[in-house]
Design a protein around this ligand. Sequence first.
Ligand SMILES: Cc1cc2nc3c(=O)[nH]c(=O)nc-3n(C[C@H](O)[C@H](O)[C@H](O)COP(=O)(O)OP(=O)(O)OC[C@H]3O[C@@H](n4cnc5c(N)ncnc54)[C@H](O)[C@@H]3O)c2cc1C
Length: 411
Amino acid sequence: MKQKSVCVVGGGAAGMMAAITAAREGAKVTILEAGDRLGKKILATGNGRCNLGNLMLDVGCYRGSCRFLREALASFGTKETISFFEGLGLMIKDKNGYLYPFCEQASAVLDVLRHEIKELGIRVEYDVKVSGVMPKEKQGFLVKSQHGSMDFDHVVITCGGKASPKTGSDGSGYEIARKLGHRITEVLPALTFLKCKESFFKSIAGVRTDAEITLYKKDGEKLCAERGELQLTEQGISGIPTFQLSSVAARSLLRTKEIPASIDFLPDVQEAEISELARKRLLLCGERSIEEFFTGILNKKVMAVLLKTAGLKPADSSKTLTEKRIAEVIRLAKSFRVTVVGTGDFQNCQVCSGGVDCGQITQNMESKIVRGIYFAGEILDVDGRCGGYNLQWAWTSGHIAGISAAGRREE
Ligand SMILES: Cc1cc2nc3c(=O)[nH]c(=O)nc-3n(C[C@H](O)[C@H](O)[C@H](O)COP(=O)(O)OP(=O)(O)OC[C@H]3O[C@@H](n4cnc5c(N)ncnc54)[C@H](O)[C@@H]3O)c2cc1C
């Protein structure tokens, strides 16, 4: 078989994986990268530690239009990711199922990828911003940039989405895909914070607490819930549980201006235990103020907001409290109502939900619209939960696209 020339547009996680795989399959590979370095975003992942995968890999951890996700993850999943990186010399650490490089430095992940790219003789062109990919009359493609056109047999488009544009992903990949005839599903920020309407958030900013957050539809039906460490900010709620809910919130906010939500600040206290807890606490009433009486149940700043919402004055004597009133405060702590009015923007999100419609992509990551064009990574309409799932998608889809573009997985 003639050696294929493969152009990878975008040198992020998916692009580097696609390039390495295609080169290992015998293709002559060139990466065209708009920035001045490869894998800039990888350095920011996992707070600089790079959560590169997860032992608990499941299709349920992803959203989007990909019908062949199960097959894709089965062909290159966690096990394959570990052996790929171990093969590059990277030792991997498992922290409760979350995978990191042993040294917990994201730069190590990037270094081994860059080293392999060099070893394989992959050509890398920096500061080349691709503006379009044109199918040639008979076969092959012209890849256009500010420097002119280049000629390739196959093209893998891995430009990422719009999340964190300072790392290079400015959404220009969607335009390239659109010009080739691809449908782009609505692109929204995901894995980001939630903005809330209430002004009291200013007084509880900075608090971190274990809690459960639930989003509801307007009619009160539960949309979704997540538990973990919430970070309360001036604007609303942040932290991993909020990130996990944010793409649902962003989609709902397209249809409605406000989403009712509740925070359970006492997720380990069951409804059945509340009366008993209130009865026991009542025995502690006495010379203390209400504020002192409730000390130690919740973070002090949060408790102050709760007491105000419950119509209690912190300085009043706790002798005024009844068992019923105490139970009401505990119930309020378990179901504290807030109103979500927005999410973080593309600058502040970790990934995008939406993108190139996977209904127009084959299992080999090849375009059904223009044969010889492949897609991988975040540019596709696939987004994962927090926990290594988005990089896993970049590795999985990049690997499949690389094999296919080199010519081994013809359909
Ligand atoms: C702060 C932060 C933390 C994260 N932490 C994690 C984590 O711990 N675990 C996890 O799984 N995921 C994490 N993610 C998500 C994960 O990093 C991304 O999903 C993944 O890197 C996407 O890879 P990609 O190759 O598809 O796109 P990108 O990494 O965005 O790469 C796209 C590349 O294409 C280039 N490019 C764009 N347009 C063009 C063009 N027109 N021409 C040429 N080049 C172009 C860009 O410069 C860039 O280099 C995090 C994201 C952020 C922002």
